[in-house]
Design a protein around this ligand. Sequence first.
Ligand code: HEC
Length: 118
Amino acid sequence: MKHLLIVIVMIFVWINGFIWLCKQIDPRNKYQTDVEYKYVRYCAGCHGNSGEGNGRIGRFKKLDPADLTDSNLWTMHDDTQLLESISDGKNDMPAFHYYLNPKEQRELLGYIKNTFRP
Ligand code: HEC
């Protein structure tokens, strides 16, 4: 009977340890906010961590991603146009409505605006 109790406690400890480990590995924990994580996951490959359009995939495939720190981009387009580009894509920019719902797209636009707009 005592042994059974020890085994149950051990299993409990293992499961807790496993859950703890999973949380450590979860990439989301590296970023302050969910939207920051989404930018890194979906956008930074092309637009770069600093938003300058110098992400690795963008450079490698010579896609010429928009420089999100360029003030012209923000003066020449309003939110509706930019959201449309994010949702439906534009030239080499892929459409994101497959991956991100409209609310997430708006959050990402808000994020890039606050972070990169000069
Ligand atoms: C595969 C590379 C790639 C990825 C990934 C990517 N973009 Fe782009 N993006 C581009 C390219 C290329 C352009 C330039 C399109 C053009 O004007 O021809 C662009 C343009 C833009 C523009 C300007 C659109 C306009 O109307 O001029 C915005 C805003 C933008 N991207 C936001 C994002 C956001 C937000 C994400 C993540 C959800 C993202 N991009 C992911 C390649 C990418």
